[in-house]
Design a protein. Structure first.
Lengths: 431, 60
């Protein structure tokens, strides 16, 4: 075990600002929860929103008990081994149950608070992809697995002084793998987990008929989705600026640009998606535009504190063009039923943001460091999450039984619907 | 087939790690890292293909 280097001391004013930002950042979680619910069907709305709450609770408890110790933060010790004469730090070795947290440095406390929010958001992302067929208990169990094992491992490698963060020191690759807001630890991990969930739970009944194209099963409330996007913007501005302070140790002069870059990336993505869907379908598509906006925010997560406003706009435009095309490709060509579009939005948006850090960086070797980080996510974490979820599926089956799916997750799992005063239309796919 | 694809992906990761350890020069190191990513891409393509075949068999 070797001690992790301690970050420079933080002035009181910056501490207070960052804490205030982190108290606003949960609006991101609220936005994603609304989007997940709105993109599902009305017969599963209450189960979806309750699931979002339960997942946040499950991740907070599990991360406090074990996850935070393994994630490790500056000032704690870690597990490492020697390879080719270099130390490879692979797991944090902090005390369980947040031991020593109250006496930790202010920066360490902020970093832990950031990680609490990050793990909750990472676990929420696959919940939207499993909408209308993923059981509540299985969703909470998978969130617990993410918070206990997967997220701490990745968070340590990226944020806790792990081997990815040390690529610059040990191998001369720029400043090491950089991910100030969680494009890798939150969004790519969440998006890849969503892919694993969709593979295991399968498509919704009637989504892919034997002949012809896939059946459109549109979300039940575009207002939830679009208002969720606005809430997410507020949260994201706070999230990215707080991330720049905590993980990049950015000076105050960089913080307004970070916020502007976040807004520009989302705006560029929305403009591009709006245009692409208008050209392809004759009219702009509301849910696809929401996906584009969100993908722009996701792409900004890694790079907002490191690039110029012009570059942020470019990143947003590229992401906004790619997102609707990928959503279509997933559904029509690859038979992947992802109601929230989380795989395209979070996995691919996060990947583009991580690449942007390398492409626009001034330090030599930064692009290679980002590629090594992306290779780690694809080569280690997708197989790991899929394996863990497959095992979990044997203990707590992911998919609801056909009758439960037919009557809706609200009635089946909660005993009552989200909209008891409204007539729910018959589902054509069950004729 | 899906599992086979997912088993190929860690091989790409180890290729990337090998590039870091074995090649100090930037050009061969970058080439091997890109090869590692390509192997991961192939593994992902096989896994996706396996999913599509499984879906085709189970369609109602």
């Amino acid at each position: 075990m070797i001690p992790v280097p301690i970050a420079p001391a933080m002035p009181d004013a910056i501490f207070a600002l960052t804490l205030a930002l982190l108290l606003l950042a949960p609006l991101t979680i609220a936005g994603i929860a609304l989007i997940n619910t709105g993109l599902g069907r009305s017969r599963s709305a209450a189960q979806s929103l309750l699931g979002n709450l339960a997942i946040v609770a499950a991740t907070a408890i599990v991360f406090a008990v074990v996850g935070a110790a393994w994630a490790g933060t500056a000032g704690f010790v870690d597990h490492s081994f020697q390879l080719a004469g270099k130390p490879w730090s692979w797991l944090g070795a902090g005390p369980l149950l947040l031991g020593g947290f109250s006496t930790a440095t202010p920066q360490t406390q902020l970093a832990l608070l950031f990680e609490f929010l990050a793990v909750a958001l990472a676990a929420l992302i696959p919940w939207g992809s499993g909408a209308d067929r993923w059981r509540l208990t299985a969703g909470c169990a998978s969130a617990a697995v993410l918070a206990a094992i997967v997220f701490p491992l990745l968070a340590h490698w990226v944020w806790g002084g792990g081997w990815l963060a040390q690529l610059g020191v040990n191998f001369g690759l720029g400043a090491g793998f950089q991910d100030a807001g969680g494009a890798a630890t939150v969004h790519m991990l969440g998006g890849l987990s969503a892919l694993a969930v969709v593979w295991i739970a399968g498509a919704r009944t009637g989504k892919f008929p034997k002949e012809g194209f896939s059946t459109a099963l549109p979300g039940h409330n575009a207002v939830y989705v679009l208002f969720g996007c606005l809430l997410a913007l507020v949260g994201w501005l706070a999230w990215n600026v707080a991330g720049a302070v905590i993980w990049l140790h950015a000076p105050p002069a960089v913080l307004p640009v970070t916020a502007i870059n976040t807004l520009l990336s989302a705006s560029g993505a929305l403009a591009a998606t709006f245009t692409v869907t208008r050209v392809r379908f004759g009219k702009p598509d509301a849910s696809m535009c929401a996906n584009g906006w969100l993908a722009g925010l996701v792409a900004s997560t890694a790079c907002a504190g490191l690039i110029t406003p012009g570059q942020a706009l470019f990143v947003g435009l590229v992401t906004g063009i790619a997102t609707p095309l990928l959503v279509e490709l997933m559904e029509l060509a690859l038979s992947i039923d992802d109601p929230s579009g989380a795989i395209s939005v979070h996995a691919v948006g996060g990947l583009l943001g991580l690449l942007a850090v390398g492409i626009f960086a001034s330090q030599p070797g930064q692009l290679l460091a980002q590629l090594v980080g992306i290779a780690t996510l694809l080569g280690v974490f997708l197989p790991l999450v899929y394996l863990l979820f497959r095992l979990l599926n044997r203990v707590a089956p992911f998919r609801v039984d056909p009758d439960g799916e037919r009557i809706g997750m609200d009635l089946h799992e909660l005993g009552g619907g989200a909209y008891p005063d409204f007539v729910i239309h018959r589902d054509e796919s069950y004729r | 087939m899906k599992l086979a694809g997912l088993l190929v992906m860690p091989a790409g990761f180890f290729l990337t790690i090998a590039a870091l350890v074995l090649f100090p020069a930037p050009a061969p190191r970058a080439a091997f890292v890109i090869c590692g990513l390509a192997v991961e891409g192939l593994g992902l393509a096989v896994a996706v293909r396996g999913h599509m075949e499984a879906r085709g068999e189970s369609r109602p």
